[in-house]
Ligand binder design. Sequence first.
Ligand code: 5GP
Length: 186
Amino acid sequence: MSTRDATMMDDVAEILLDTETISSRVRQLGADIARDYAAKDVVLVSILKGALPFLADLMRAAPIPLALDFLEVSSYGTSTETSGVVRVLKDLANPIEGRHVLIVEDIIDTGLTLNYVIEHLRAQRPASIKLCALLDKPARRIVPLQIDYRGFEIPDKFVIGYGLDYAERYRNLPFIGVLRPEVYRR
Ligand code: 5GP
């Protein structure tokens, strides 16, 4: 392990979901999605950047014809909390009218970001919108959301890794871990 790895690992309080646990759950989700969308014109809409590793693994576990598109949003708030005020930084590249949209998201916390994104997509008149989220933190939910495909329910802790960042770091950790609170209080 290099010094750099050792430094990142030092900031991890505990490993919540290891690589093997994530990968077997993602394979299951991919199989469920492949079964449900086999005969449909489906677009996986992912929100940059945290969902990218999840999306990459999920789509390869769903061997059906599908398209990808991306949204980039910024939500205002502190470094570890969202405020519900969301701005679209990058919109979809292609129309979704009449198509089946499956939103692929890394984590649902308060639900404020997703609530905004769903309204934004609904205005473009897709045939359906469903939600696939790797992680669900129900303890902090403000807006009720139906998660159609859910990876794991997790406790109310700030997590990093497998795409999730703190100040743009830790996205490349191959597991999901809890960030030591000292790091964001520094
Ligand atoms: P929500 O709007 O549901 O409160 O928050 C959604 C967004 O907040 C997620 O897409 C993610 O960017 C960020 N977020 C919420 N909880 C966590 C967490 O535990 N770790 C990280 N890294 N980001 C989180």
